[in-house]
Ligand binder design. Structure first.
Ligand code: SF4
Length: 484
């Protein structure tokens, strides 16, 4: 347990994330307890524009300076927070020297940060800050810069009236060991209760889009696993969507996810509605690991489902992999990549395992030994090489908290097969109107560099009961008070 003494408690959570990068998921509290193993201070001097961190009792302090645009309160917050995190990072490096590929950055969107810095201070200075101020390693800086260059056209194509639409099906066939999404196990009566709420949510969203003169840019069905719905439920849902919205915009993706939920009839329903892009997510091609992580399918089913989808005309298929799954070795991951290269998906997303608070894995870590961080980094590099071998290039990325080795997730795609929704969502360049329990609506105020969010409740009965209140909040957010 770590005790944090700070004169800026509003940044305590951000500082705690910096500490956890070094120490794992430890509790960080302002109070002294019998379990306290380390006490740190983190303080700010607004006059001198410095942040200082030290151990308690006092050791050698670390002080960093910062600059701020005084006329911009948001910038003030941002710079203060970053300075405190940098001071704590430097102190933690002294206490527990650790290789950190992304330096002191704990946020999930390094590419967004780099792009914004480039816009504000120019490319050369942005690169210097990433490297010297945030201590980002040169290969990761290059990765972020490459992705930003690839995304440029997609980001520039966003029109102020564009929205993406997300539809969430928060059900899965089984619960993965590492899952923290709170997806429920799919049961017929639960889905029967859920779908009418989702339908009403979609109706409300479509009305908002019409009233505000918005334009649908891309649609994404995620979860959970949307293909836990039957073929007729998928058909009815997409028919309802088309009746309400009238268009999918330029792209519609369905995260089919698990092969054991995919059938010819369901794929036919998706094709009949013009869905062009699906995900079939193995995570690993090792049957042993699949069993260990709680998936109810085999690698053979992944191969069969992929072949079926191809034969039915899906020309844009994504596959998700996870580096660092419990019990996996570099050799296991190499075998997975060999199989993936034979399948030749159009998109490949290579994740690093994240140990989330609410996952079973977090509770049972002693039962599931994880690969060493150096091995996970090797796997990430192997993912990059394998993607390159089959003509896929990195086009979006994000990080999650508590990833092994503090690494990243990278999406690779063949030319012309980039998923616009993924870029829009990760870079927060397009507003998202989200339907479904637990789904997050976001309004992007681009000129103010601000994003406002409205989360739908995760609990289905609560979500159903609050639908009209949520609709009103979303109408205020997107249309303004007078048009709500
Ligand atoms: S498929 Fe995704 S949402 Fe479903 S249990 Fe696994 S991690 Fe959770």
């Amino acid at each position: 347990m770590v005790r944090l003494i700070t004169d800026t408690p509003q940044y305590a959570n951000d500082i705690a994330e910096e500490i956890r990068m070094f120490l794992g998921l430890v509790p960080v509290t302002p109070d002294e307890t019998p379990e306290t193993e380390l006490t740190l201070s983190a303080t700010l001097d607004r006059m001198a524009k410095t942040a200082t961190s030290n151990t308690v009792p006092e050791g050698e302090p670390v002080t960093v300076s910062y600059t701020v645009d005084e006329s911009d309160p948001l910038d003030q917050k941002r710079q203060e927070k970053r300075a405190l995190k940098r001071a704590v990072y430097a102190l933690m490096q002294r206490i527990k020297p650790t290789e950190m590929p992304w330096g002191s950055l704990t946020g999930i969107r390094p590419t967004k940060l780099l792009r914004e810095l480039c816009e504000r201070v120019g490319e050369e200075e942005a690169v210097r800050q990433f490297s010297e101020v945030f201590s980002v390693r040169i290969d990761k800086l290059r990765l972020a810069a490459t992705i930003n260059a690839v995304q440029k056209l997609i980001i520039e194509s966003v029109h102020p009236n564009d929205v993406d639409v997300y539809i969430g099906i928060p059900y899965c066939k089984t619960r993965c060991l590492y899952c923290s999404f709170g997806a429920e196990i799919a049961k017929k009566n639960a889905i029967d209760e859920y779908l009418p709420y989702l339908y009403r949510d979609i109706e409300n969203g479509a009305r908002l889009v019409r009233d505000g003169g918005y334009r649908v840019r891309a649609v994404y069905l995620g979860g959970g696993t949307p293909t836990v719905l039957s073929a007729s439920e998928l058909d009815a849902l997409l028919t309802h969507f088309e009746t309400c919205y009238g268009t999918y915009g330029a792209e519609c993706t369905v995260e089919a996810g698990r092969p054991d939920t995919i059938t010819r009839e369901k794929l036919a329903a998706l094709r009949n509605h013009g869905v062009g892009r699906i995900s079939i997510n193995p995570q690993t091609m090792s049957d042993e690991t699949l069993r260990r992580i709680g998936r109810a399918h085999t690698a053979a089913e992944i191969r069969e489902t992929f072949a079926l989808a191809r034969s039915m005309g899906f020309s844009s298929i994504n596959m998700d992999l996870i580096c660092g799954l419990p019990g996996e070795t570099v050799g296991d991951f190499e075998r997975t990549l060999t199989e993936i290269k034979m399948l030749r998906p159009d998109n490949l997303t290579v994740h690093t395992l994240a140990i989330k608070r609410s996952s079973r894995l977090k509770e049972q870590l002693d039962r599931y030994p994880l690969p060493a961080r150096e091995d996970v980094e090797t796997m990430i590099d192997m993912g990059f090489s394998a993607a390159k071998e089959i003509g896929l290039w990195p086009y979006y990325m994000y990080r999650q908290k508590y990833q092994n080795g503090n690494l990243e997730n990278v999406g690779y795609a063949a030319d012309s097969k980039l998923c616009v929704y993924n870029v829009d969502m990760m870079e927060e360049t397009t507003s998202i109107l989200a339907h479904g329990a637990g789904a997050m609506t976001k309004r992007v105020f681009d000129s103010e560099n601000r994003v406002e969010r409205i989360p739908n409740p995760k609990d289905v009965p609560t979500y159903g009961a609050k639908l009209e209140a949520l609709d009103l909040s979303k109408r205020k957010l997107f249309l303004g008070e007078n048009f709500a």
